[in-house]
Design a protein around this ligand. Structure first.
Ligand code: ADP
Ligand code: MG
Ligand code: ZN
Length: 555
């Protein structure tokens, strides 16, 4: 049967969403496909519909039992023979699924990747006459993403064993994850890649530097009383603290994080799904399993770890297409924390470099002088015109020509051998005679003291904006020392001007206190905080403290 009548009769939709039709056709024609579509874009349909357009069985690999259940229920209600084989099934359910498989009655079979570890699965699927494989949330095959599922690595073997076409779906768009998916799922072949429609025009984008973050979040949430929203937090402890603060302000809020028991977490998910106007304060653990179309706002109390995480997280808002609002807070302490997490992680150097760049891309978005949507879509390889639905379009910030300041930074970075962090570079520019400056002979450089006219915190803000423009990068192999990028050469030669935001420079203040809600058990975070404190003390030449909820730690 062809696509259009099935779309109406089985799924009850009047037409395709942007991008769906081409993908459906390619999958139905039996091509290998990698489709990257935003969250809420309608990826499920892109494998469910083709499964009904051809004969035989399509196997769907999906990472979450709850997702499989929902889909099987919806398909069954629509009269499609679909089933799932999961560890959540009863023995009777399993027996029935295996019978239906052997009788070749099923059109779609959902299985968890863990099933592939059993030697019995592949022969069973062979006997069942599988015609195609669909892989949902395909980024789970990426070893370096936060959703990595080792058993996804077996999907490539499954494809080779069954020798049928494979269609993979994900909302994670960056080039590296894409390459990894292609390598692990399709090699030695290459899929047809669809990269569509990343714009979510109904989502209003906004960032603010942290300036009393708890109050900023409370204000934002209070102005949206009665609407369902998510506040993403950097730590488990903060999800609890913010839920409490919101409750005290008379708002219905509940915390969610990976430290809670599975049952408790599920209860929050169900409550959020059913209740109107509930706020969930959550870590990134609150994610893939949520399928609530009318989330009206998403706030970040702390900077996400990368531009992809940001996009995925705000993308949970407004899936029904009605307006949704977002607010992302960030501060220098977030950036140091995220850098520390990358540097102290176990990933190989090239991966760390990529993670720094993704963080820089997010910084560039946070401190963008122009439309945020243009910047965001640009990162995903799409072009756009100023959107009229972001805080920058609403109220464009004042900018100035920062080319000369940028050139000074670049030349200080080059003359010190691309081996030092921002603190030392600012010492050079500002002409601060520290022991290290003298020991390295940096007080004799021609750039020494050329930046005395600009206060230190303003240099910090300038350097941050330069990181966001990818003019400089921290080099993991040189302990985070700043190095200049290819883009920077044109700036040094005076061929490209650098436009900076005045508002972010004027408001720059030295941050000397790191406040944290973290508990001691969170060892990696704690060591990141300590490193951050050291970096602060070094950069500002003043004492710095890490403040805990229950005590003050002074180093
Ligand atoms: P994704 O997996 O890409 O995040 P889903 O497949 O869960 O998105 O689809 C999101 C929502 O959009 C679902 O409620 C689905 O029923 C709906 N949807 C999908 N395709 C269409 C369409 N062509 N017309 C209307 N609604 C659609
Ligand atoms: Mg999906
Ligand atoms: Zn805009």
């Amino acid at each position: 049967m062809s696509a259009a009548p099935l779309l109406r009769q089985v799924f009850g939709f009047d037409g395709f969403r942007p991008g769906q039709e081409e993908i459906v056709n390619a999958v139905a024609e039996g091509r290998d496909v990698l489709a990257i579509m935003p969250t809420g874009g309608g990826k499920s349909l892109c494998y469910q519909l083709p499964a009904l357009m051809r004969d035989g069985l399509t196997v769907v690999i999906s990472p979450l039992i709850a997702l499989m259940r929902d889909q099987v229920r919806a398909l069954t209600e629509a009269g499609v023979a679909a089933a799932a084989l999961t560890s959540g099934n009863t023995d009777e359910e399993n027996t029935e699924v295996l019978r239906a498989l052997a009788a070749r009655e099923l059109r779609l079979l959902y299985i968890a990747p863990e099933r592939l570890a059993s030697g019995a699965t592949v022969p069973m699927l062979k006997r069942a006459g599988v015609q195609a494989i669909a892989v949902d949330e395909a980024h789970c095959v990426s070893q370096w993403g936060h959703d990595f599922r080792p058993d996804y690595l077996r999907v490539g073997e499954l494809r080779r064993a069954l020798d049928v076409p494979l269609a993979a779906f994900t909302a994670t768009a960056d080039a590296e994850t894409r390459d990894e998916i292609v390598r692990r799922l399709f090699e030695p072949g290459a899929p047809q890649v669809f990269l569509r429609g990343f714009d979510r025009p109904n989502i209003h984008l906004a960032f603010q530097p942290k300036d009393g973050p708890r109050r900023q979040i409370l204000d934002f949430a209070s102005a949206r009383r009665g609407q369902s929203g998510i506040v993403y937090c950097g730590t488990r402890a903060k999800t609890e603290a913010l839920a409490k603060a919101l409750n005290e302000a008379g708002l219905a809020a509940v915390a969610y994080h990976g430290g809670m028991e599975a049952g408790e977490r599920r209860a929050v998910e169900i409550r959020f799904q059913r209740e109107d106007g509930l706020i969930v304060t959550a870590t990134v653990a609150f994610g893939m399993g949520i399928d609530k179309p009318d989330i009206r706002w998403v706030a970040h109390a702390d900077l996400p770890k990368s531009i992809e995480s940001y996009y995925q997280e705000i993308g949970r808002g407004g899936r029904d297409g009605a307006p949704a609002e977002t607010l992302t807070l960030y501060g220098p302490e977030d950036i140091r924390l995220r850098r520390g997490q990358i540097d102290e992680g176990l990933a190989p150097p090239e991966r760390k470099a990529a993670d720094h760049m993704r963080l820089n891309a997010l910084l560039g978005l946070a401190e963008s002088p122009g439309c945020r949507r243009v910047a965001l879509l640009g990162y995903f390889g799409e072009t756009a015109t100023p959107c009229g639905n972001c805080d920058i379009c609403d109220d464009p910030p004042q900018t100035f020509d920062g080319t000369e300041a940028a050139q000074k930074v670049l030349s200080a970075v080059l003359r010190t051998g691309e081996s030092y962090g921002a603190g030392h570079i600012i010492d050079v520019l500002f002409g601060t005679e520290t022991d290290r400056i003298r020991a390295r002979g940096h007080d004799r450089l021609p750039t020494f003291g050329v930046g005395r006219d600009i206060p230190r915190p303003e240099w910090q803000a300038i350097i941050r904006q330069m990181l966001g423009r990818d003019l400089i990068r921290p080099d993991s192999e040189r302990h985070g020392g700043l190095a200049i990028t290819a883009t920077a050469h044109a700036v040094l030669r005076g061929e490209t001007r650098v436009t900076l935001r005045r508002d972010l420079i004027k408001r720059a203040r030295p941050a000397v206190v790191v406040r944290t809600q973290v508990d001691d058990e969170d060892a990696p975070l704690l060591s990141a905080l300590k490193a951050q404190r050291r970096a602060l003390a070094e950069a500002q030449r003043v004492p710095a403290y890490v403040i805990f909820p229950d005590r003050t730690l002074i180093e």
